[in-house]
Design a protein around this ligand. Structure first.
Ligand code: ASP
Length: 461
């Protein structure tokens, strides 16, 4: 029975039933205007003293009360037409008004963009913050982006497969979040920094084309574009080479963003080697847009490839630059296997950059035990350590693992570039605060004695 408010624009003369929030109330003495809002839009409801009971109830209405209105959609008089809003040609003449719920005074306004409001307050009342039209738009675009991606991948024969959250560590260069095990006192699960190992194991399992809208957890210092949790479009394919994954991914991103109405600056996406990008831009991410492009919301994608596989860490030890599970460039594989020319070994890694932001990255993977083992050897891992942390991968790679490769896209970073938002929190429904606390709910928080005892944990002060 319910009519979405946006649809009232085509219903002049009809009776409708509307549900929504009082966006605002303007009391003009002899006439009360309510802007009624639902997810689809806003429409004006007009109360006149002629309808005494309705008028009296309307006088009590306050911002953000939830109401039901049955009313007639009427053409507005010419001079009252509001060209600014889609329903500006009509107004609602109420027949019934029912108050479904009242609201106390809002802790902050929600009819503006909200950027100026203190972050802690915004996130404490995130459910109200999310009512503002900017965040409604952002979260809707996020849903559309995921929907288009899923459609594309299903149309290409991919299976969507979930992988565990309680798991063993997967190194992606960050710290792990850990979860104590009650049944195995003193032992811990790690939350996945990415589904990297599982997606490779799914290739071993013969699924050939996998994707997942995957939650990833990384305990890192928080920045504008980094949170403890993010979501990836994570995918992996068997029997592919570097060019094929890049071309496939480019087709996916192009199809998704163009179907959302965005325009891409250059197709096919320009490709730079890491060395070229460092020489040209002094960085491995860069913005190819002109000032004009920026104004017009154009997306400038580019690939960066041929990264060094290893770099020295702070203690002067070799570590991976991107992903330890990657394959070296074929022409450098023998160096890797022999532990030679470490500084010159390039990896099959490819990163996708858009408007100055790294929005995706992947590689062709090691699919033989000696290749993966060689990577850990370069990083000076002891045999026992390799066996206990990655023995399962080495074992799998000796049991008919197909050559494979893939990529992952940070959903938030992609959304931020599409929307021109600078902060992760603007594209996640319930983000962490910059001091690492949850929105709305109070976490992290202390555990009670009973739970600590059950987990056999003690807290050192
Ligand atoms: N696992 C990588 C990451 O999370 C992406 C990939 O190589 O597919 O950054």
């Amino acid at each position: 029975m319910r009519t979405n408010i946006i649809d009232t624009k085509n219903k002049a003369g009809e009776e409708v039933e509307l549900f929504g929030w009082v966006h605002n109330r303007r009391d003009h003495g002899k006439i009360i205007f309510i802007d009624l809002r639902d997810r689809s839009g806003v429409a004006q409801v007009v109360f006149t003293p002629g309808e005494a009971d309705l008028y009296k109830t309307a006088e009590t209405l306050r911002s953000e009360w939830v109401i039901r209105i049955v009313g007639k959609v009427a053409q507005r008089p010419e001079k009252m037409v509001n060209k600014e809003i889609p329903t500006g040609d009509i107004e609602i003449q109420p027949i019934k008004l029912e108050i479904l719920n009242e609201s106390e005074t809002m802790p902050f306004p929600i009819d503006n963009d909200g950027y100026d409001i203190d972050e802690e307050v915004r996130l404490k009342y995130r459910y109200l913050d999310l009512r503002r039209s900017r965040l409604q738009r952002n979260i809707k675009l996020r849903s559309d982006f995921i929907e288009k991606t899923r459609q594309f991948l299903f149309s290409k024969g991919f299976l969507e497969i979930e992988t565990p959250i309680l798991s063993a560590p997967t190194p992606e260069g960050s710290r792990d979040f850990v979860v104590p095990s009650r049944l195995n006192p003193g032992k811990f699960f790690a939350l996945p920094q990415s589904p990297q190992q599982y997606k490779q194991l799914l290739m071993v399992a013969g699924f050939e084309k996998y994707f997942q809208i995957a939650r990833c957890f990384r305990d890192e210092d928080l920045r504008a574009d980094r949170g403890f949790e993010h979501t990836q479009i994570d995918l992996e394919m068997s029997f592919v080479n570097q060019e094929e994954v890049m071309a496939f991914d480019e087709e996916m991103i192009t199809s998704v963003v163009e179907s959302l109405g965005y325009q891409i600056k250059e197709k096919p996406f320009p490709v730079f080697t890491y060395q070229e990008s460092m020489e040209k831009f002094g960085a491995d991410k860069f913005d190819l847009r002109s000032e004009e492009d920026k104004k017009n919301g154009i997306l400038a994608y580019a690939w960066v490839k041929d990264f060094p596989f290893f770099e020295k860490d702070k203690e002067d030890r070799w570590t991976f630059t991107h992903n330890p599970f990657s394959m070296a460039k074929p022409e450098h594989l023998s160096w890797l296997l022999n532990g030679e020319n470490i500084d010159k070994i390039l990896t099959t890694q490819y990163d996708l950059v858009c408007n100055g932001v790294e929005i995706g990255g992947g590689s062709i993977r090691a699919h033989k035990a000696d290749m993966l083992n060689a990577v850990f050897k370069v990083m000076d891992y002891k045999d026992a350590e390799i066996e206990s942390n990655f023995g399962h991968m080495l074992a799998a790679f000796k049991l008919g693992t197909p050559p494979h490769g893939g990529i992952a896209h940070g959903v938030e970073r992609n959304l931020m570039t599409l929307l021109g938002e600078d902060f992760l929190r603007e594209v996640q429904a319930f983000p962490q605060t910059s001091s690492g606390k949850t929105s709305v709910m109070d976490a992290p928080s202390e555990l009670g004695q009973k739970q600590l005892k059950e987990l056999r944990l003690g807290i050192k002060k």
